[in-house]
Design a protein around this ligand. Structure first.
Ligand SMILES: [Zn+2]
Length: 70
């Protein structure tokens, strides 16, 4: 958990959620969204975003996402 908060609901966001916000809204964004709000914003589901996160973690193709098994 980080010191950042979701700009919609105000709950704390994780580093993954920040990385996903940057990925979907541009790296310069300061509008971080939690997974639930990001799903609503992107017109998708939380499950799909989670699957996306898992894929980024697994492949390590995006430097925004820390690898779980370096
Ligand atoms: Zn939120």
């Amino acid at each position: 958990m980080t010191n950042h908060r979701c700009c919609r609901c105000g709950c704390g966001v994780t580093s993954d959620e920040i990385a996903l916000s940057m990925k979907l809204q541009g790296k310069q964004t300061r509008q971080y969204l939690c997974l639930d709000c990001q799903a609503a914003y992107s017109n998708t589901t939380r499950q799909r975003l989670q699957a996306l996160l898992d894929r980024y973690h697994r492949t390590g193709i995006c430097s925004l996402f820390a690898r779980q098994n370096p």
